[in-house]
Write a protein that binds this ligand. Structure first.
Ligand SMILES: [Zn+2]
Length: 322
């Protein structure tokens, strides 16, 4: 069986290192790239060299989604390695319009989304500064460098046919690759040992935040139904029993959703208050991801009609029905 080699690449983020995967035969293909940093580049070169390869030997680099820890070195691989970059249609726009997207997203966070959460200013500024840093450090992937395939295409990796699947939730444009005969799954950030954060994205209308955890739960159902022996995740070690993990995550998400309900019932009304209640003992960087998780639990409660939301003076307030 042709298996990919896991290449763990360093990041500067709290989430820790990210995985790229290398198929060596019949042609060297890399899945995802790591962040754009010299440390990440050197780590990638060293990992390729272990197999007698350089970036120039890669026939393709395939990108699972448009987050910087996954596509960050794509431009450098294209420029210095003359590598063919590939991704699904749904991912392509996020890569070729990266800068424009992030400018609009920062404006959405600053002017609409963050005020609605009722967050205190220091937390605000922490998130905006972080976003501005990301936006400044990355450029668009040139459209002429990027080759796209359909969101449900079959692509060749390691001499086998892999099914591309679009599984939104962590982000709206997450794709994963599934090989049914050998029961292998390249899960990217769709399925990790830790629960992937439901990232708050720029909404299509520029104003109305879209629920992402309910979407993620539906994608979990889709992945659970697959027959899988081995999972190659976007972060952390390779694992096997995907259904046990999915069941654990579902249980945990539902438990945290109940805690969120009790918190609202007990007088927490803003996303900021709920995040503080759920993640009070954590550093600011984790509370930032915690804000996305808390909104995910809120979205599940809204989807089930257990709470209501209304806006007052630019802040969204959540209430239980009593
Ligand atoms: Zn991601």
């Amino acid at each position: 069986m042709t298996q990919p080699v896991r290449i763990e690449l360093p990041t500067e983020y709290e989430a820790g290192p990210v995985n790229a995967y290398l198929f060596i035969e019949p042609e060297p293909v890399l899945i995802d790239t790591g962040v754009k940093s010299e440390a990440s580049w050197q780590a990638l070169l060293a990992a390729l060299a272990e197999h007698g390869l350089t970036p120039r030997d890669l026939s393709r680099v395939v990108l699972t989604h448009g987050h910087v820890d996954h596509f960050g070195q794509a431009n450098r691989l294209w420029q210095e390695g003359d590598v063919r970059l590939e991704t699904a249609v749904i991912v392509a726009d996020r890569l070729t319009n990266f800068s424009d997207y992030w400018q609009k997203r920062i404006a959405f966070y600053r002017n609409i989304f963050l005020p609605q959460t009722g967050l205190p200013p220091q937390m605000y500024q922490f998130i905006l500064t972080y976003f501005e840093m990301v936006a400044a450090n990355y450029e668009d992937v040139p459209a002429q460098a990027l080759h796209t395939y359909a969101n449900d295409a079959v692509i060749q990796l390691g001499g086998l046919d892999w099914q591309v699947m679009h599984t939104p939730g962590h982000c709206s444009h997450q794709t994963i690759f599934y090989q049914p005969d050998t029961r292998q799954l390249l899960s990217s950030d769709m399925l990790l040992k830790r629960t992937p954060t439901p990232v708050v994205e720029l909404p299509a209308d520029g104003r109305t935040r879209q629920p992402s955890l309910p979407t993620f739960m539906r994608s979990l159902d889709v992945v659970e139904a697959l027959e899988v022996d081995v999972v190659y995740p976007g972060h952390g070690e390779i694992f096997h029993d995907h259904r046990t993990l999915i069941q654990q995550q579902r249980t945990r998400i539902l438990r945290r959703t109940e805690e969120t309900y009790v918190c609202i019932q007990g007088g927490c009304h803003t996303a900021a208050e709920i995040t503080t209640h759920l993640y009070a003992d954590r550093p600011l960087a984790i509370q930032f991801a915690g804000l996305w998780m808390a909104l995910g639990y809120i979205d599940l409660l809204l989807a089930n009609g257990r709470i209501t939301a209304h806006e007052e003076n630019g802040i969204i307030l959540y209430e239980t029905h009593q």
